[in-house]
Design a protein. Structure first.
Length: 289
């Protein structure tokens, strides 16, 4: 799997998957006013790219807490850190202050970021979304980036995302509005993702066991996982129609589809045989339509 090792940053020693951490900041999330859907969406996206999300954390809009989390994450040397939220024009949007403090640098007005914000607000005004087009200090705040950082185009919103790089780790700060975050990830990060994840492939397949007791097959699953350490084996209870069953999910990452197929197929065959031999009905789960 040599082609799957990222060109910078940390990789999981067992799977060689690039490691990712996510830091979500927002008082509104921790008081329960807003549900953090962004972290789950990023986990799905990273996993699909062949990455491994090792850690996620939610923090208040506290500069010191954000800085401490950034320092801790950098010390763990992941390939990529996402921060989520806190890039807007109001006084409680303080993520970039925390990032700058964590990196040991100052915030600076970035000319390209200022141009992006200026153009966005001119566009918003022309469309009737905002009452005036001119820049003010609140809007200019969104163009103050940690020294050495670069802005990333936000296709939808006013605040650009921000890229910092330190010691082989890329740190991307994303806005908290889900539509903006998703647009940036889908449209503005292709080059970075190609550098970090390459062309890695990820796949899941599932088996359905006619059983309600996970403990009855726990040893079978443990032996399979020990025999095939590059495949993640997980059992979950599931209701199928009116029947409660166990779904066993197998997942793996590799350079391409064929490599992943070669990892998953022998594990699936082994589990089908061993679970059936233990006296339980088992079958592959059909792919979702």
């Amino acid at each position: 799997m040599s082609g799957f090792i990222p060109t910078h940053g940390g990789a999981d020693p067992q799977t060689a998957a690039p490691i990712v951490e996510i830091v979500s900041a927002g008082n509104e999330v921790l008081i329960g006013d807003v549900l953090d859907t962004n972290t789950g969406w990023l986990c799905v996206r990273v996993t699909g790219l062949g990455g491994l999300v090792r850690r996620t954390v939610m923090l208040r809009d506290d500069v010191q807490a954000i800085a401490a989390e950034i320092r801790g994450a950098l010390a763990r040397r992941p390939a990529l850190i996402f921060t989520v939220g806190g890039l807007g024009p109001t006084s409680d949007d303080r993520t970039l202050e925390g990032v700058a403090l964590g990196l040991g640098v100052e915030l600076e007005l970035h000319p390209e970021a200022e141009r992006l914000v200026t153009e966005k607000y001119a566009e918003f005004h022309a469309r009737g979304y905002v009452p005036f087009a001119e820049m003010n200090e609140s809007r200019r705040k969104m163009a103050r980036l940690p020294a050495g950082a670069a802005p990333i185009v936000n296709p939808i919103g006013g605040a650009p995302a921000v890229l910092c790089e330190r010691g082989g780790t890329a740190l991307v700060s994303l806005p908290g509005v889900p539509g903006e975050l998703e647009a940036i990830v889908e449209q503005s990060l292709d080059g970075l993702f190609a550098r970090i994840f390459g062309c890695a492939h990820y796949e899941e397949r599932s088996l359905v066991v006619e059983l309600q007791d996970e403990s009855a097959i726990a040893e079978i699953l443990s032996r399979a996982e020990a025999a095939f350490p590059q495949v993640y084996v997980k059992s979950r209870a599931k209701v199928l129609g009116s029947t409660r069953v166990i779904r066993v999910t197998l997942s793996a990452r590799g350079d391409d589809e064929a490599a992943v197929e070669a990892l998953l197929t022998p594990v699936a065959e082994r589990l089908l045989a061993h679970i059936a031999a233990a006296g339980y009905g088992v079958s592959p789960e059909p792919p979702a339509a």
